[in-house]
Ligand binder design. Structure first.
Ligand code: CTP
Ligand code: MG
Length: 167
């Protein structure tokens, strides 16, 4: 039981920190560069939109990996694992926006489950491809607890004035 909780927290921490960091960075850095360079896809809509910046992506990977360095010292996760989880998180978040734009949703529009899970699913997928060893219980628990945690933390970020949408 104690081992399970440690494993859940060790895997979740880099993902959650990587996912949350761009919100803070976007508040501080006013001049950001969209990953898609402002370009449009064949459907005429933005490839990703202004909500996905290079600064946000890089800071997310860096912050998630930094958490991994602390977890590494504590002996609960290797820094490389945190790097893979953080990179997967930001790629998943970016993929989520690509899908939202293809569905015709504007930047910041809510996309239930996609907004809350795309980052985690790609992070776990990449982790499994690189390291393996994710068991069904840990994976299921992360997928179940992440949407409510994401909704709660986004609402708190909204109340703190960090975000202009409560989701
Ligand atoms: N952000 C960023 N760069 C990223 C990811 C996020 O700068 N790679 C910042 C943006 O200011 C973004 C905010 O974090 O608006 C919240 O992220 P998210 O909810 O993922 O983006 P949305 O604005 O909702 O855009 P989308 O509809 O594409 O998800
Ligand atoms: Mg959003």
């Amino acid at each position: 039981m104690e081992g399970l909780l440690r494993r859940l927290l060790a895997l979740a921490a880099p993902c959650y920190v990587a996912n949350a960091t761009p919100v803070v960075v976007a508040k501080i850095l006013k001049r950001r560069h969209p990953i898609d360079g402002g370009r449009r896809f064949v459907d005429g809509r933005r490839i990703l939109g202004d909500g996905k910046s290079i600064e946000g992506f890089v800071s997310g990977v860096a912050a998630g990996t930094a958490v991994g360095l602390v977890l590494d010292r504590a002996g609960v996760l290797h820094a490389g694992e945190a790097l893979v989880l953080s990179l997967g998180t930001m790629l998943g978040d970016t993929l989520g926006s690509f899908i939202k734009r293809r569905l015709g949703l504007e930047r910041g529009d809510p996309a239930p489950l996609l907004d809350q899970l795309s980052f985690l699913l790609v992070a776990l997928l990449m982790y499994q491809l690189v390291y393996g060893g994710l068991d069904a219980l840990v994976t299921t628990m992360l997928i179940v607890v992440t949407p409510p945690i994401h909704l709660l933390t986004n609402y708190l970020a909204y109340r703190l004035g960090l975000k202009d949408k409560p989701w």
